[in-house]
Ligand binder design. Structure first.
Ligand code: ATP
Length: 246
């Protein structure tokens, strides 16, 4: 791992009976946000879970500066519906030596959450915001977030993007998140990693990423090209299913 990376994933490989995550490598510099994209089943969650230690890789290495200082949010956490958020937080915060109550209160206000509410009184989006508030309140140097903006309305999504940018602004924290909402990438990602059929198709800084695919698709330097276009062109070419049956 170089001195200027907070996370280095090298040749990560995981064999499942019907799927292989193959030779995935990338690095994340401090103070940056990496967005990970790819179609359903491409291997994004397997990559994130491997980094989080929830999947045992077949081979490869994962190096994290300050290994104890990782926060993960991988899908929906199932909370006991009758519990108040305040009670859940009281238990949860004991696990974090660097728990920051002021920061937590700030996020509750920012996300308009009332921690006297019971879990069953929260919408899906509110539950995600609560999970984010907890995940971001113990000064983890690296956040690993699997689809953190899925199920979130556009206004709240904008608010979440703001707190993500703020989280890395001191140059000592980083975020790796997966998403199907490609406008997230345009809005906040510094670097992008495209996972395709279990391998890294391309990983680069955002502007380089777009330029690379402009060249790949023989488009002019000013031709409009967004992330949805890129994904559709790649995946259709690969599966040759561009002809929609009548
Ligand atoms: N525990 C497991 N056992 C066997 N196969 C698995 C297991 N977990 C995931 N897979 C397989 O690995 C492949 C990649 O799944 P993964 O969840 O990493 O995809 P993803 O890119 O996160 O997809 P999505 O966008 O749908 O969340 C899939 O084919 C899936 O069936």
């Amino acid at each position: 791992m170089t001195n200027d990376s907070l996370l280095a994933v090298s040749h990560l490989t995981k064999h499942y009976p019907q799927f292989t995550l193959q030779d995935v490598s990338f690095t994340i510099a401090p103070g940056t946000i990496m967005g990970m994209i790819g179609v359903n089943g491409a291997g994004k969650s397997t990559t994130l879970k491997s980094i989080a230690g929830l999947v045992n890789p077949t081979s490869g290495t994962i190096q994290l500066a300050g290994a104890e200082n990782l926060a993960v949010m991988l899908g929906e956490t199932v909370y006991y519906p009758e519990k108040k958020l305040a009670a859940i937080t009281k238990t949860t915060r004991q696990f974090y030596s660097q728990w920051d109550e002021d920061q937590y209160r700030y996020y509750l206000r920012f996300f308009n959450l009332d921690d006297q509410k019971k879990v069953k009184e929260l919408s899906t989006g509110m539950q995600i915001k609560y999970q984010l508030a907890v995940t971001m309140s113990h000064h983890a140097s690296m956040l690993i977030l699997d689809e953190p903006t899925s199920g979130i309305d556009p206004v709240s999504r904008d608010a979440i993007r703001q707190v993500f940018r703020h989280y890395v602004a001191d140059g000592r924290h980083s975020i790796l998140f997966s998403t199907h909402i490609t406008t997230d990438l345009a809005a906040i990602a510094d670097t992008i990693t495209y996972i395709h059929a279990g391998t890294v198709l391309y990983s680069a800084a955002k502007a380089d990423f777009i330029d690379h695919f402009r060249r790949e698709f023989s488009l002019g330097v000013d031709a409009p090209l967004n992330f949805d276009d890129i994904m559709i062109k790649i995946e259709r070419k690969d599966s040759d299913d561009s002809a929609i049956p009548a």
